[in-house]
Design a protein around this ligand. Structure first.
Ligand SMILES: NC(=O)c1ccc[n+]([C@@H]2O[C@H](COP(=O)([O-])OP(=O)(O)OC[C@H]3O[C@@H](n4cnc5c(N)ncnc54)[C@H](OP(=O)(O)O)[C@@H]3O)[C@@H](O)[C@H]2O)c1
Length: 310
């Protein structure tokens, strides 16, 4: 096995077809490896369960027998496994082989985990970049896929062209935790939307409404319209300007009772929507009934008056 440590060629040539190693071949790691193969890279892959490499070797990847063999095959090593514990279990035994390599961790994690792994990797001479994948596997390498990165900017720039094989590459700064922070923030927004989607479909379903018809004809157009208000809400949050213009919280608190009671009367659980009702009620109880919904942000910040732990 040759120890290939030639620096990535992306920055110098803009072609980005250097050797790349992918550790972890679940649904996402497989999609990442496939995008690299499609881009003409020499791709070395490793997975804890070796059989999962077989579809990729049929497509031109080389399967390494050990993590060490995989890591030493490329100057750019991408790890995408289940969680932070799996990253550590995979990399710690081969720490000595990471020196001078770019290590790009696309495993979902917290900012704290990213910073700890960055410090650990730097201690072994690796150039660590943390990443958040804002896409599902079939989107990788296709329009609409975006990945967030932060950490070692030189390593990111050196391999930017390669990383753009996966989707648009947005570098958020040299703090290795900042990509994970934004990844989790975006996922929070997504799960909030999906929670509302589930509850709305369940409500209509209690009277025999079909999910597909309701979603296409009514829910998606409604959510799209409501989404256009978010930039202005955000601007008001940045300005600390919470005075209600059109929809004060006292009015929304009354309307929310109808959502809860109407749902219960249809035989539904209200777990997904009650936390929002509780927050609105708390704000109104604190005299914020004349504010707009975006004022609730202050109740989410620890230590703020009315925050859950305050
Ligand atoms: N799929 C998505 O839609 C999506 C979207 C964005 C981000 N992500 C993130 O991408 C990462 C991978 O997701 P995935 O969809 O590929 O998950 P997955 O299909 O469940 O695959 C999990 C991978 O982690 C490996 N693994 C688990 N525990 C391990 C350990 N202790 N040591 C070594 N390897 C271990 C598995 O190896 P074995 O095959 O041996 O079990 C497998 O390769 C996750 O952090 C996920 O949050 C996923």
């Amino acid at each position: 096995m040759t120890d290939s440590r030639t620096p990535g060629t992306d920055k110098e040539t803009g072609t980005g077809t250097g050797p790349v190693t992918v550790l972890g071949l679940g649904a996402m790691g497989t999609a990442l490896a496939q995008a690299l193969l499609a881009g003409g890279h020499e791709v070395t892959v490793w997975n804890r369960t070796a059989a999962r490499a077989e579809p990729l070797t049929a497509q031109g990847a080389r399967a390494a027998d050990t993590v060490e063999e995989a890591v030493t095959a490329s100057p750019l090593v991408i790890v995408c496994v289940l969680d932070d514990a799996a990253v550590r279990a995979t990399l710690e035994p081969v720490a000595a082989t990471l020196a001078d390599r770019a290590l790009v961790n696309l495993t979902n994690g917290t900012p704290e985990q990213a910073r700890a792994t960055a410090a650990w990797a730097a201690g072994h001479g690796a150039h660590y970049v943390d990443g958040g994948i804002m896409a599902i596997p079939p989107m990788i390498g296709h329009p609409g896929s975006t990945l967030l990165y932060s950490g070692a900017s030189t390593a990111f720039e050196a391999h930017r062209v390669t990383l753009e094989r996966f989707g648009a590459a947005t570098f958020l700064g040299t703090d290795p935790g900042v990509a994970a922070l934004h990844d989790l923030a975006l996922l929070s927004g997504m799960y909030g939307m999906l929670g509302g989607f589930l509850h709305a479909v369940a409500m209509v379903g209690t009277e025999g409404g079909k999910a597909a018809e309701f979603t296409t004809a009514l829910l998606v157009p409604w959510l799209r319209t409501m989404m256009t208000a978010l930039p202005e809400f955000a601007r008001q949050m940045d300005a600390g300007d919470f005075g209600a213009r059109d929809s004060n919280l006292a009015m929304q608190a009354v309307g929310f009772v109808n959502i809860i009671e109407g749902s219960r009367a249809q035989g539904l659980r209200t777990d997904l929507i009650e936390p929002m009702r509780d927050l609105i009620d708390r704000a109104v109880a604190q005299g914020k009934g004349g504010e707009d919904l975006q004022g609730l942000i202050s109740l989410l910040v620890p230590g703020a008056s009315g925050a859950p732990d305050a």
